[in-house]
Design a protein around this ligand. Structure first.
Ligand code: NDP
Length: 328
């Protein structure tokens, strides 16, 4: 079978992760990195790999099977994914949950018109967590869903702290409340408020002479981001932040707690992720779904899909025969 030729659109954390993931999948190859920046300033790690201006993407129509669109969810992907779906099969990691229906409709219209496949919102949440919520709901219709995130870095919350006056740098960790996770695992089906599910830990480097009490106050009372949580603020040096808080770990749990029969037999389904690198893990999922996008396109399928629509066998590099022999 011919290799899946993947175009990497945008070279940030996810773009770099996709490049690394392709190297672990011998049936895939990188067809090039496409950036909005000056290609000369973008250094990639693949020997002999090429960086092109994204404006030249159309010229590579015959060299690429699937474009993995690696831009940010806030402003890049809503524009880039439907635009690129007019010419290519696309996969993205769009994660603004509330806007997924709108993004789906835009990618669907573009992909149907051009006869391509688009798979959106691929990753772990949305993505693998979504799949596990669906499996849990389908199998245990009488039950409750719980999703806990962390311990992990939230880029959005870290950025929000950096915008507070007097802050030089910051890292924010989302941490699940252990007692809440235990109560769920015990089948107690608790009703949990936002505050009872997660705490927020902030590591902050203050600018010289800044008012630390004021910074702490401004963080813990920040609406939407921190006010609804128990938040702790630790002031540390830039050296300490660089040394101990440089990674991008994340993870979490999806738990379905349900009962069958007359309700006395209880069941817990749990899916757990513990990730040293959120972007590298997310990118590994994106590459598996790029393989699926090519297979679907080869079968003549077109339009937008989510992880719910992709049969698991399409994700694997193994043949149906091999999967049945080794994994069933
Ligand atoms: P980044 O901010 O690292 O990269 C986004 C884009 O920024 C790049 O594609 C790049 O495009 C551009 N960029 C501009 N200047 C630079 C620079 N100096 N260095 C690097 N990139 C630059 O975002 P991430 O890759 O971390 O994340 C992308 C999206 O993935 C997030 O918005 C998030 O929503 C989503 N995500 C989804 C997950 C899921 O589970 N579904 C999990 C994790 C992330 P260009 O090369 O064209 O300039």
């Amino acid at each position: 079978m011919s290799k899946v030729r993947i175009g990497i659109i945008g070279y940030g954390n996810i773009g770099r992760g996709v490049e690394a993931a392709i190297k672990q999948n011998p049936d895939c190859e990188m067809a090039g990195v496409f950036t909005r920046r000056d290609p000369a300033t973008v250094k990639i790690t693949t020997e002999g790999g090429k960086v092109y201006p994204v404006s030249e993407l159309a010229a590579h129509k015959d060299d690429i099977d699937v474009c993995i669109v690696c831009g940010g969810s806030a402003t890049d992907l809503p524009k880039q994914t439907p635009e690129i779906a007019k010419m290519f099969n696309v996969v993205d990691s769009f994660d603004t949950h509330a806007r997924i229906p709108e993004h789906f409709a835009n990618v669907d219209a573009a992909a149907k018109e051009s006869g391509h496949v688009g798979i959106i919102s691929v990753g772990w949440d949305p993505g693998m967590f979504s799949l596990n919520r669906l499996y849990g709901n389908a199998i245990l219709p009488e039950g409750k869903d719980y999703t806990f995130w962390g311990r992990g870095v939230s880029q959005g919350h870290s950025d929000a702290i950096r915008r507070v006056e007097g802050v030089q740098d910051a890292r924010q960790y989302t941490v699940p409340v252990e007692a809440a996770v235990e109560a769920v695992r015990n089948g107690e089906n608790p009703e949990l408020t936002t505050r009872q599910k997660h705490t927020r830990e902030c590591y902050v480097v203050a600018k010289e002479g800044a008012d630390l009490k004021q910074i702490e106050h401004d963080i813990v009372t920040m609406p939407n981001y921190f006010a609804d949580y128990d938040t702790t603020v630790h002031f540390i040096s830039q050296e300490e932040l660089d040394k101990n808080h440089k990674g991008i770990p994340h993870g979490g749990f999806v738990i379905r707690s349900g009962a069958t029969g007359d309700g006395t037999n209880k069941h817990i389904i749990e899916y757990r992720l513990k990730l040293d690198s959120n972007p590298e893990f997310t990118s590994s999922i994106l590459v598996a779904y790029a393989r699926a996008a090519k297979r679907l396109a080869d079968e003549g399928v077109s339009g937008c899909k989510t992880v719910f629509d992709i049969a698991p066998a399409y994700l694997s590099a193994m043949s149906g025969e091999e999967i049945r022999a080794h994994l069933l």
